[in-house]
Design a protein around this ligand. Structure first.
Ligand code: GBH
Length: 445
């Protein structure tokens, strides 16, 4: 179905799976604090225990090996490996070294995300992404990690979903740290975040032979309702990359990806925000746009659009439209056709889907198993669309979110995305039907 070097993988993130938040000198992250504030997490849970992957990593790696995927994408907790004096914490580093050795033994390639949202509290107190030194701190952290994992890791993702970090964390404020940024601060933070990416990229290239690097935004493509209408498709492309000055601008694609791939912010940026622009130098833009290897993208859902009275119009989802167990997860398989296609048209680099997956109300059945036909159906439909687009553009890989049920941020532990069920009473892992389905698919391919 896909070409023979296609990378099948699974994804996780540190705070969502590790637990053991006080072990071995780990410094608290903004999520440790945020989850303790009443009312922030729907089911009042937190990541203190989560999947306990900090001690159960061997079991996780075994499950990945049995699944037959070539790649495991996980993230490093900044606060485990750098202490409050900005010095390396060897015990924290050791955890990731051992994990990578375990993966290597089984022929699984680690794809390491450096930042999946768990900013150390002491750095947040310095201003987080508004602190003008944040990119130097991030470069130092990257330098420490890449040296410690030298020979074990060559594939890095600098930052996961800048949109969620800044929009959800600092505008809508339902993610940590939940401090509001006005437009001026937001633009400043976006620029500093992109400099973090650039400086990390520089450190990776310096320290790691044959490295590959990218960053992993998320997006929700505009999908033409009528696939034969080329004019409509063109308008959907424009909609997908459009930058407006509404509440959602920190959630858009082009404000992050144009500087990284094209070397500058979109033209609209300078027009719309002309009175509140941050300081942007030529050196900054060169730093941010150093060549990357892949376009990574996290895709879950999209929106259908049609021409109504000659105007591009978002179509409502009808009542009963199939969706996952979170309100934003409508089943729109063409997301994995048009999303990659549009990204490739604009940025012209090989594409890797760094996350795609389904939230389901999974239960342990009387037979002791977890049957999740809805997840199988979702992944199957999405993969068929990805296969279709891979005939037209260069698609290199696909990572399921997630290997394990885990701490689903503001929704808590109740929302399950895993191929493996976690029984939070005892930490037991149960492979769901979707796990076996994905295993078969990889074998056949
Ligand atoms: C990813 O983010 C995360 O990387 C991962 O940690 C998380 O567990 C996983 O997905 C599942 O949620 O514009 O209507 O889609 C979540 C993706 C993108 C979902 C922004 C919510 C906002 C509403 N998110 N989206 S919408």
């Amino acid at each position: 179905m896909f070409n023979k070097n296609f990378i099948f993988g699974v994804s996780t993130a540190s705070y969502q799976i590790e637990g053991y938040t006080k072990a071995d000198g780990r410094c608290p992250s903004v999520w440790d604090e945020f989850t303790k504030i009443k009312g922030k997490i729907a089911d009042s849970t937190n990541g203190d225990k989560a999947c306990e992957s900090y001690i159960k990593y061997k079991e996780d790696v075994e499950a990945i090996a049995e699944l037959g995927v070539k790649a495991y994408r996980f993230s490093i907790a900044w606060g485990r490996v750098i202490d409050e004096n900005n010095k390396p914490n060897q015990k924290g580093l050791d955890y990731y070294i051992i994990l990578c050795k375990e993966l290597k033994k089984r022929g699984i390639t680690p794809y390491v995300t450096l930042y999946h949202w768990d900013m150390p509290v002491w750095l947040d107190k310095l201003g987080g992404f508004l602190c003008d030194d944040i990119s130097d701190y991030f470069e130092h952290y990257t330098d420490v990690v890449t040296k410690a994992l030298n020979g074990l890791v060559k594939d890095y993702i600098t930052i996961n979903e800048p949109q969620c970090i800044l929009f959800a964390g600092h505008r809508a404020c339902y993610h940590a740290p939940g401090t509001y940024y006005d437009n001026k601060d937001m633009l400043h933070a976006i620029h500093n975040l992109l400099k973090c990416h650039g400086k990390a990229l520089r450190a990776i290239r310096k320290n790691v032979k044959n490295s590959t690097v990218g960053f992993a935004p998320c997006s929700r493509p505009a999908i033409p309702q009528d696939p034969n209408n080329k004019e409509l498709e063109k308008l959907c492309y424009e909609k997908y990359f459009e930058l407006t000055d509404d509440e959602e601008f920190a959630n858009t694609v082009s404000i992050y990806s144009d500087p990284v791939f094209l070397g500058d912010y979109p033209k609209a940026y300078y027009e719309v925000f002309k009175d509140i622009l941050p300081k942007i130098t030529k050196e900054d833009l060169e730093l941010i746009s150093q060549p990357v290897d892949y376009i990574y993208q996290n895709y879950y859902s999209g929106n259908y659009y049609d021409l109504v009275d000659g105007k591009l119009t978002k179509l409502p989802f009808h009542a009963g439209f199939p969706e996952g167990n979170v309100d934003w997860l409508q089943v729109v398989p063409e997301t994995l056709y048009y999303g990659p296609k549009f990204l490739y048209q604009r940025y012209k680099k090989p594409i890797i889907i760094s996350e795609n997956g389904f939230c389901n109300n999974d239960v342990i059945s009387l037979d002791g198993k977890v049957h999740d036909p809805e997840r199988i159906d979702y992944i199957n439909r999405y993969m068929l669309e990805l296969e279709r687009v891979s005939k037209e553009i260069d698609v290199r890989g696909y990572f399921v979110w997630s290997l394990l049920d885990n701490f689903e941020w503001s929704y808590g532990l109740k929302k399950r995305f895993g191929l493996i069920y976690i029984d939070y009473r005892n930490g037991n892992r149960i492979k769901k039907d979707s796990y076996y389905w994905y295993k078969d698919l990889i074998k056949k391919d």
